[in-house]
Design a protein around this ligand. Structure first.
Ligand code: SAH
Ligand code: SF4
Ligand code: F3S
Length: 477
């Protein structure tokens, strides 16, 4: 089980980099921590900087500007950023001594939460920009070059999405057959453990037309699978062309009409926002993949209440039954927190029971990490560290067994596979199953001899279930 926020493929704790290299211009190196929304934001920031003459590099030493796009979800995440900043400070000294520019920027949720504090703890940092103000990055950089350190963490009154350049160019350049599209940002739920409502602000939905327009551009650039993103994606709401109120179910239907897009996903959902029309979409929208990330956090009503989740374990189980009734193929994934303040053995056993009852195909689980400024941090009865570790161990053993059982049950099935990239071994291609499992094939052609390429959707038969991936062979289409 990964220690990860939201869901694969981007671990919260581990950073990813991306981009293409160019010469003769200033270069930006972006390191992305956290959830998929940060991955999406990093791409949009590089687009904004490209318009200002920056090309992206994946080689840190070549960079004139480094952006750490940070995550604040757990304590460890912010500490990792500070230690990375220590390394960058040394690099900056060395580069400046050679007369070279080396600008260090912190963006993302740590930037939003810590603001000026970052400049105090890490004086080598030149700019701090929160997630709502990325469109101002080019101006901020000009300020930095004129010698002014900049901190931009206001919740912007402008719509950053309207001010950021369109993603289409960058997509054609490097983003392959899958893409993220943020449709909703922020959160008004205020779960007592969580920093997101403070770092991302209150819930905002992007308008239907703006989303459809971006989805079309992505499809035009070769994207075949689109994952709609939001901290609370199923709280998305908007109006259709006739002015009727619509929700995520209708948004999915509108995007499903776009030619070229074949597979749709969305993440992350809150159990309270799974309305009937969204549930129905899992039966009626054939492009919608049969996989749903639906975090519950705990199976104890007492703890759910203390977490301010505003639903009970029974509500969640009833919801799962309703969703599975419309689509029995659907696999579930979830997030769990162990050791929330006041969690007793009995509360923990309730969580284990809920997991047994649901049966997850995939899950992410974490020890509770007190976040300053959230109500949970001030609660009495914090659970000792060893107890958290013991509980996490037991919980992950169960979840991992469920994940393996689910994978083994896939063996023998013929599925559609979207080829996403070359495998690690020569001749391998890797894609994802409808249930988001990585699937590896050892083949270069279809049965009829046509060459396989990244972006193809092919029929494969699952032959073997490894611990983290499935293996498959090409089937007759
Ligand atoms: N919006 C999503 C998830 C946001 S954060 C939702 O509502 O489910 C992703 C996951 O990180 C959460 O689901 C939770 O399991 C975990 N998480 C958030 N804050 C945490 C904390 N303080 N300690 C441990 N895990 C936490
Ligand atoms: Fe955090 Fe809860 Fe909002 Fe999810 S719903 S982002 S866990 S406050
Ligand atoms: Fe982390 Fe911010 Fe995402 S805190 S999980 S990067 S919304």
């Amino acid at each position: 089980m990964n220690d990860q926020a939201l869901q694969p493929p981007d671990p919260a704790a581990d950073a990813t980099t991306h981009g293409a290299v160019n010469t003769n211009t200033r270069k930006v190196f972006v390191k992305t921590y956290g959830c998929q929304m940060n991955v999406y934001d990093s791409a949009r920031m590089t687009d904004a900087l490209a318009a200002d003459g920056y090309s992206e590099t994946t080689v840190l030493e070549d960079a004139d500007l480094v952006l750490l796009n940070t995550c604040h979800i757990r304590e460890k995440a912010a500490e990792k950023v500070y230690s990375e900043l220590g390394r960058l400070r040394d690099m900056k000294k060395a580069k400046n001594a050679e007369g070279r520019e080396f600008v260090i920027g912190v963006t993302g949720c740590v930037a939003q939460a810590e603001g000026k504090e970052i400049l105090r703890r890490a004086p080598a940092v030149d700019l701090v920009v929160g997630p709502q103000t990325y469109h101002r990055l080019p101006q901020v950089l000009r300020d930095v070059r004129e010698g002014r350190k900049a901190v931009e963490t206001d919740y912007s009154l402008e719509d950053k999405f309207e001010h950021l350049p369109s993603p289409e160019k960058a997509v054609t350049k490097s983003r392959g057959p899958t893409a993220f599209l943020t449709v909703q940002e922020g959160c008004d739920k205020f779960c007592t453990f969580c920093v997101v409502p403070y770092t991302r602000g209150s819930e905002v939905s992007r308008p239907l037309a703006q989303i459809v327009d971006e989805a079309k551009k992505l499809a035009g650039a070769g994207v075949r699978e689109l994952t709609l993103l939001g901290q609370n994606v199923n709280a998305w709401h908007g109006t259709d062309a006739d002015g009727n109120a619509i929700g995520l179910g209708e948004l999915i239907a509108a995007i499903a009409e776009i030619d070229g897009l074949d597979r749709l996903r969305y993440t992350t959902s809150h159990p309270r926002d799974m309305d009937d029309r969204l549930i129905a979409a899992h039966a009626t929208q054939s492009k919608l993949m049969p996989y749903l990330h639906l975090p519950v956090q705990s199976g104890s009503d007492r703890i759910l209440k203390a977490m301010n989740r505003k639903h009970t374990a029974a509500d969640y189980l009833a919801l799962v039954r309703r969703i599975r009734a419309v689509n029995p193929e659907l696999a579930l994934s979830g997030d769990f927190i162990v050791g929330f303040p006041g969690e007793t053995d009995e509360d923990f056993e309730d969580t284990m029971r809920l997991i047994e009852e649901v049966g997850y195909a995939q899950a992410f689980s974490f020890k509770y990490s007190p976040r300053p400024g959230t109500p949970g941090a001030d609660l009495p009865d914090h659970v000792p560290e060893e107890m958290k570790s013991e509980r996490l161990d037991r919980l992950q053993t169960l979840l991992f067994k469920q994940q393996r059982d689910f994978a083994r049950a896939c063996v023998g099935k013929t599925i559609d596979l979207l080829l996403e990239k070359e495998g690690r071994m020569e001749g391998q291609l890797v894609g994802r199953s409808p249930w988001l499992q990585p699937v590896i094939i050892d083949a270069k052609t279809t049965k009829s001899g046509d060459k396989l390429k990244i972006g193809d959707i092919i029929k494969v038969r699952i032959t073997e279930a490894g611990p983290n991936s499935l293996f498959a062979e090409v089937a007759e289409s």
